[in-house]
Design a binder for this molecule. Sequence first.
Ligand code: ZN
Length: 116
Amino acid sequence: MNLMKLTKLMKLTKLKIKKGDKVKIIRGNYRGKDGVVEKVLPKDGKVVIAGVNIVKKHVKPRGQQNPGGIVEIAKPINISNVIVICPKCQSSTRIGYQVNEKEKHRICKKCGGIIK
Ligand SMILES: [Zn+2]
């Protein structure tokens, strides 16, 4: 494995947010809102959060399967604008890591609980 690949991999694993995490938005237009991560876009450093940053898009009809009309889609927002809400203590928290021989857990820096 070359160095470029390795740094890229390290960057990817550095992402502390995963699909299904409950997060709070701390910056931008949606500050104070929370939601669940629907998708993580590691390359862009962005996440899609259900119900946040919704834009309406007009879609042209394309056959029977796709009648068209107005669809609402959640646009990705920067990962740096969100913070994870710990499922155990319910507070927005910074994530730490706990590493043992077998695996690496994400832990809540406030209550020390493991975040799956
Ligand atoms: Zn916690």
